[in-house]
Design a protein around this ligand. Structure first.
Ligand code: ZN
Length: 263
């Protein structure tokens, strides 16, 4: 059963798009690296309150200004964080997959979401009521350290992305974005629409089409009907801007001396 507190919204018709997935419990790492990084005694206290749900593409977890009432730990799929302009444009400012969590800083106290969090790629996420998560985290210094490290990593990544958007061309940013999405979703097949890619890069859809066609002609990707298949990862890495390597693996955590990493 999904707890009553879990209220998920669709960006389309406003109906719930979540479904409980069996009676699984978050034993061990459960496919999410942040859950795996939490101390075992904290996880033992969280297990009964963590529920695995499936998210359809387009499900909205938070709107800007929403109180954070649940914390989400993806096991698969991809969550996009988007800043919404006054004109209603949505610009993707980050992606979170199985390496991270959405709303994690709520473990430190009551918070509101700054951005819109949307399921970009359908998948399964562990969800827990924020009040229960805060209670468990409050008793563990080690668990609070995990949250602080992860929050610092997101902050560092935001700085890198700001520089990337300012100085790197759209073609190399597209390659960087595809590689990061594949790493975080755990798949080289990505159901990403032109609109999603345009939002991620801050360019027009027609530009995305031309860029994707260019990569397809080189045999790097295959792109059809909103599905991208990465065919040649090494060439995609060669075409990506330096930011992919900076943010990949342990690079960012090593750079700032964090104990946990985003990879
Ligand atoms: Zn870059």
């Amino acid at each position: 059963m999904i707890p009553q507190s879990v209220q998920l919204r669709s960006s389309g018709e406003g109906k719930s798009l979540s479904h409980p997935v069996g009676q699984e419990r978050a034993h061990g790492h459960a496919g999410n690296r942040l859950l795996a990084a939490l101390p075992s005694d904290v996880m033992a206290g969280l297990n009964d309150d963590l529920h695995l749900v499936s998210l359809a593409s387009g499900t909205v977890l938070f709107e800007p200004g929403d109180a954070i009432e649940q914390v989400y730990f993806p096991q698969s799929g991809l969550i996009s964080l988007m800043v919404i302009t006054r004109d209603g444009d949505a610009i993707a400012t980050g992606t979170i997959g199985r390496e991270g969590a959405v709303g994690l800083h709520r473990g430190l106290g009551k918070r509101r979401s700054f951005s819109r969090a949307t399921a970009q790629v359908a998948g399964h996420v562990w969800v827990i009521a924020a009040s229960k998560f805060e209670l468990a985290i409050g008793a563990s210094t080690a668990a609070r350290d995990v949250i602080c490290d992860y929050t610092e990593l997101l902050w560092a990544e935001s700085q890198q992305l700001a520089a990337c958007n300012a100085v790197h061309d759209a073609a190399s940013r597209l390659c960087r974005s595809l590689l990061q999405s594949a790493d975080r979703a755990g798949s080289d097949q990505l159901p990403l629409t032109q609109e999603a890619l345009a939002n991620a890069l801050g360019v027009r859809r027609t530009s995305v089409t031309l860029l994707a066609q260019g990569l397809q002609k080189k045999g790097v990707i295959r792109y059809a009907r909103g599905m991208i298949h990465i065919l040649d990862r090494s060439r995609l890495e060669a075409c990506a801007c330096e930011c992919y390597q900076v943010m990949k693996g342990e690079g960012l955590s090593d750079a700032i001396g964090a104990r946990t990493s985003r990879r």
